[in-house]
Design a protein around this ligand. Structure first.
Ligand code: ATP
Ligand code: MG
Length: 223
């Protein structure tokens, strides 16, 4: 019986703890649905040419650090999120919205597919012409047979068991990296861990930069 039905039929007779458990279940399902709808909206925006590349000069470490702290605060002490930034990363022309989508999905995956009490490290490096961002975990890893198909919508690894997901996150990561003229590469070994490498050019083609963007997200629902 679903949490909603339990509350409807037995709510009055349930203990405070049991009721709060049911409410938490409902909240988790709503969050899952809202995230999935946001993912679908993002993919539709990309397909409809509505999500544009709109970079601004950005202190990359200063931009990434609060995102990681926010994630850490939302997951509590279950995992430890670390940021390791090379000293010369500095300011880079970045589309902050695209990089936020990418990091959100990579960090969510690293957390979701790693056992509790493991460390997830994000690294930032700069070469002569690239910004390199890596998210590294020591989680369940991805079976070799699934690795080629992960960027297709709805494809999930055969080892995910009951871990929930729709198979949309990495498609969004790839779409956002493409819009940023960048690339994504995954190195992973089952039961050892996963390292996702994003590379973005320091000098994206100037004629492809747009200044207007539109945003449709339903996170404003305040859930
Ligand atoms: N860090 C990781 N460790 C292990 N497996 C991963 C990792 N990242 C992605 N995967 C595998 O790749 C699949 C596709 O990832 P993707 O983010 O697209 O979808 P999802 O996490 O299943 O669902 P969603 O992101 O839509 O909630 C996952 O189902 C999982 O099998
Ligand atoms: Mg995901």
């Amino acid at each position: 019986m679903s949490s909603v039905e339990l509350l409807e039929n037995y709510g009055e007779r349930m203990s405070i703890e049991r009721r709060s458990e049911s409410l938490q279940g409902i909240r988790a399902q709503i969050t899952y649905l809202v995230n999935m709808l946001n993912d679908i909206l993002t993919i539709m925006q990309v397909q409809g040419n509505k999500l544009r590349f709109s970079p601004t000069p950005t202190d990359v470490a200063g931009f990434v650090e609060p995102i990681i702290k926010e994630f850490q605060a939302s997951i509590g002490a279950n995992h430890t999120l670390k940021l390791v930034s090379a000293p010369d990363v500095g300011t880079v022309l970045i589309d902050q919205r695209l990089l936020r989508y990418i990091l959100f999905n990579l960090l969510s995956n690293a957390i979701k597919y790693s056992p509790q009490q493991t460390e997830i490290t994000t690294t930032l490096e700069r070469t002569e012409d690239l910004l390199r961002v890596r998210v590294i975990d020591r989680g369940i890893g991805i079976p070799q047979e699934d690795q080629k198909k992960l960027f297709e919508a709805f494809h999930r690894g055969r080892n995910v068991k009951s871990i929930s997901g729709s198979g949309l996150g990495l498609k969004i990561v790839r779409d956002c990296a493409d819009l940023h003229f960048g690339q994504v590469h995954i190195d992973s070994q089952e039961n050892v861990g996963t390292r996702v490498t994003l590379t973005l050019p320091l000098h994206p083609p100037r004629d492809r930069i747009r200044t207007t963007t539109s945003e449709i997200q339903i996170s404003e629902l305040g859930l």
